[in-house]
Design a protein around this ligand. Structure first.
Ligand code: UD1
Ligand code: CA
Length: 456
């Protein structure tokens, strides 16, 4: 493999995003744009990865600590050529791969192919180009009638002639030491007042260096994010790719236009995904599951044969095989649901473990609880876990039957096989096999209602 340094340009202000957040920290699914570029570059095993940023981008500096990259400061965003000049004193390899930090969908496969082409063709400067299918603001690749590249014309300098050029610059280049030296000769573009790296093409050609552009990938991979619309387009491209791969591996999607599946999500075969589903983070879904419409699952493990019904949110939870959850359930972090459970509508579970075959079918809040297996949680059951200062635990052992509308004032424990009478407020531990009943005795006052009606 060719020894090279990678320089990622990320010091631009990203004004077209109209955001107080640096552009490269905007996210595609759950990951900032810059992470995609850094992770892709890392797969090439380069000598070094340099990221050029503006010193005012404190949050980017902080964020880049997660990665093994070297930060280069460009004090003022004077253009892409100036960004390269700032990194030059630190470069350690003869060849440099330059990648715009706002091009997150680029893949290692394409970059490796590009590096091969650069090496095999023995050029001094290689440009990765493509043919966009929509209106765009990319620089155009101007070639002579023999197909040799002459220059790159930036959008700002476009004439009606250059407008018709179909081939565009991706902002990805490989240059050798000879070309890097020539970057110093780039002059300020008068219209924009910036030093354009793209001017390197014309200068290199004039100096007799070998330069060529290679259209080896599609915009699906090379989209540059300058605006919120392009951020959306990039997310959509990635979504399409992820969903297509999942379909190829045996997952059914009813409507690929409305689901959003992050690339980190894994789904096993014969699982069916309904419309309007969001699957995010490190989510793993097993075989034969059904995820019904308008469900959001984040950082969770869903085992085989699970059904998650409409409008349910599952976050950082583990649902074991054969269970049914929802509709309208909220499964909050650190919850583990056992096998064959039924968690029904309007049930909220938080930081709780639910044993196998347990049912909480309607309208409950279970928080900080340990519920055994084969337990029936009646409608309207509430764990009163919070005393205003701290969270307390409710333990309900196996085979307990909890009648509807019961409250457990934690900390409290219910022994195996006990019954809780409907409408009880349980404040003391309940022994195994006991019946706990705590209701005000009912009083019927004969004729009361009839008398009241007469008074009116
Ligand atoms: C650039 C290219 C254009 C190409 C397009 C591909 C130039 C002059 N134009 O245009 O030919 O088609 O990318 O997406 O290079 N940056 C710095 N310092 C600066 C200015 C920019 O580091 O002073 C960084 C930005 O953060 C960004 C990258 O360089 O990641 C490209 O800059 P941007 O302003 O987005 O250039 P484009 O107009 O997209
Ligand atoms: Ca750009």
């Amino acid at each position: 493999m060719l020894k090279l340094d990678v320089v990622i340009l990320a010091a631009g202000l990203g004004t077209r995003m109209k955001s107080s957040e640096p552009k490269v920290l905007h996210k595609i699914f759950d990951k900032p744009i810059i992470d995609y570029v850094i992770e892709c570059a890392g797969k090439l095993n380069p000598e070094n990865i340099f990221v050029v940023i503006n010193p005012s981008m404190n949050r980017v500096v902080e964020h880049l600590k997660n990665y093994n990259v070297k930060i280069v400061f460009q004090d003022e965003p004077k253009g892409t050529a100036h960004a390269i000049l700032c990194s030059m004193p630190y470069l350690m390899s003869d060849n440099v791969l330059v990648v715009n930090g706002d091009t997150p969908l680029i893949t290692p496969e394409t970059l490796l192919k590009f590096i091969d082409i650069f090496q095999n063709n023995e050029v001094d400067l290689a440009i990765l180009s493509f043919y966009p299918e929509r209106d765009h603001s990319y620089g155009r690749i101007l070639r002579d009638n023999k197909g040799n590249i002459k220059k790159i014309i930036e959008n700002t300098d476009m004439t009606s002639d250059s407008q018709s050029i179909k081939e565009a610059n991706s902002g990805i280049y490989i240059m050798n030491a000879k070309i890097l030296e020539l970057v110093k000769n780039i002059k300020k573009n008068l219209k924009k007042g910036e030093f354009y790296l793209t001017d390197i093409v014309e200068i290199s050609v004039e100096k007799g260096c070998a330069a060529q552009a290679y259209p080896i990938a599609k915009e699906d991979e090379l989209i540059g994010i300058n605006t919120r619309y392009e951020l959306f387009l990039a997310t959509k491209h990635l979504r399409d790719k992820v969903v297509k791969q999942l379909m190829e591996s045996g997952v059914t999607f009813y409507d690929i236009e409305t689901v959003w599946v992050s690339p980190s999500v894994k789904i096993d075969k014969d699982t069916v995904i309904y419309p309007n589903v969001f699957l995010e983070g490190d989510t793993i879904i097993g075989q034969n599951c059904i995820i019904y419409q308008s469900v959001r699952v984040k950082n969770s493990i869903i085992e085989d044969n699970v059904q998650i019904k409409d409008c349910t949110v599952v976050e950082k939870a583990h649902i074991n095989s054969g269970s049914t959850v929802g509709p309208f359930a909220h499964i909050r972090p650190e919850t583990v649901i056992g096998k064959g459970c039924r968690i029904g509508n309007f049930v909220e579970l938080k930081k709780s473990t639910i044993g196998d075959s347990t049912k909480a079918a309607h309208l409950s809040y279970i928080g900080d609880a340990e519920i055994g297996s084969n337990v029936n949680i009646g409608a309207g059951t509430i764990t009163c876990n919070y005393d205003g200062k701290k969270k307390n635990k409710t333990i309900i052992e196996d085979d307990v039957f909890v009648g509807s509308d019961s409250q457990f004032v934690a900390p409290v424990k219910v022994g195996k096989g006990a019954y809780i009478a409907a409408g009880s407020t349980v404040v003391d531990d309940v022994p195994s096999d006991a019946l706990a009943i705590s209701r005000t005795p009912q009083k019927n006052i004969e004729g009361w209602a009839k008398k009241r009606r007469k008074q009116k």
